[in-house]
Design a protein around this ligand. Structure first.
Ligand SMILES: *Cc1c(COP(=O)(O)O)cnc(C)c1O
Length: 371
């Protein structure tokens, strides 16, 4: 059997051929008119993906660098922050807050569920000192989509800023940064933006910028004031991952030619298709608030999820993701964002069904031997 090579993990995601080729061109220097032209163009055009008029800064780092930038630039020592924890990535906001001596208040939400906007309203009412609310658009570890629009309306009435981790969701799940009042949105290159890992993005509203002026937390590489200043000359304070920025220009061509609305629609349809496929195998969906970015299903007892993912990847050439943290070995996750096609998903689902069937047969046979 010839081995396939299908990547369905929720980051990194497949990078289209033409974009890979564009990034294989000879390297050039970044403090040149050639680079500045590309950089100023991508910085402007990224706004259309974020659906914002606010500046979007491009950092060289993984998505977490932008999350850390959201912590260090918009808070001061001892600030209170409200974190919604409903999976592994949201827990990172609490860890960041602790690392910088902020005071996090945590709303714990069961894995697989989204926070109710009223929970946020209550927490903000109870503690008016809260300076920020942090949560995910799509919590990639549980495939849960949160209602940023409703939450934005709650937070906009307060002094707090809304910090949204859209690292996986941006460009797959709808996010109207300005219209919904998402003050700070972070994202990264290797998920729905279909580039290799290495770039992170952060948008900053006017309300957030005021906090940035006053912030006294320690920072250097991630000091957004430096990025703001450099941006005036279409520049970055430090050497950019310019190869990826060249790729980003091509990605934006692709996104613009399809149209962001059509992309939201396509990812939503692929999500529905994926979830129907999972259910038709008899699997139970894990997320009660489905996302257009990634879907997750619980595995039946007796199926070792780690083994399943390993067999599919190493023997059948289909890479999907297992569970993280508490969900390790118990769920599978399939991405349907970026350049992932329906054909990839059909094949991935077929191989998943086949592998589950084989593992079931083995465990039944083992069961008979024991009894
Ligand atoms: C992937 C992901 C991250 C982590 O990003 P890195 O690029 O690995 O630093 C954080 N949050 C969400 C929602 C993600 O999907």
């Amino acid at each position: 059997m010839s081995k396939k090579n299908i990547l369905l993990t929720p980051g990194p995601t497949p990078v289209p051929e033409d974009i890979l080729r564009a990034m294989a061109e000879p390297i050039f220097h970044h403090r040149t008119p050639r680079y500045r032209k590309i950089f100023s163009s991508v910085s402007e055009r990224l706004k259309k993906v974020f659906l914002t008029k606010n500046p979007v800064y491009v950092l060289t780092g993984s998505g977490t660098s932008a999350m850390e930038a959201s912590t260090v630039n918009f808070h001061s020592a001892g600030d209170e922050t409200l974190v919604v924890e409903n999976g592994k990535f949201s827990e990172r906001f609490t860890q960041l807050a602790k690392a910088y001596s902020l005071k996090p208040t945590v709303i714990k939400v069961a894995y697989g569920e989204a926070v109710r906007p009223e929970q946020i309203a209550e927490a903000l009412k109870k503690n008016p000192a809260i300076k920020s609310v942090c949560l995910e658009l799509c919590e990639t570890s549980t495939a849960v989509l949160q209602d940023i629009k409703a939450i934005g309306a709650v937070v906009a009435k307060t002094e707090a800023v809304l910090i949204v981790d859209a690292i996986s969701g941006l460009g797959a799940d709808r996010l109207e940064t300005d219209a919904w009042g998402a003050d700070i949105v972070v994202s990264a290159s290797q998920k729905a933006i279909m580039l290799p890992p290495g770039l992170a993005f952060i948008s900053v509203s006017e309300k957030a910028r005021k906090k940035m002026e006053k912030s006294n937390l320690p920072k250097y590489y991630l000091d957004l004031k430096l990025y703001e200043k450099a941006a005036k000359d279409a520049d970055t304070p430090f050497t950019p991952a310019l190869t990826l920025v060249v790729g980003l220009e091509k990605v934006l061509d692709r996104i613009e030619s399809e149209g962001i609305e059509n992309i939201f629609k396509r990812c939503a349809e692929l999500g529905t298709f994926t979830r129907r496929g999972l259910e038709s195998m008899g699997l139970k969906l894990f997320s009660k608030a489905p996302s257009s970015t990634v879907s997750a299903a619980s595995l039946p007892d007796g199926i070792d999820g780690e083994k399943l993912v390993q067999v599919m990847r190493d023997e059948k050439g289909v890479a999907l993701a297992g569970g993280q943290g508490e969900m390790k070995g118990r769920v599978v996750r399939i991405a349907h964002m970026g350049a992932i096609t329906k054909k990839d998903l059909e094949e991935g689902l077929r191989v998943l069904a086949e592998t589950l069937h084989e593992m079931n047969r083995h465990s039944e046979a083992a069961g008979r031997r024991i009894s």
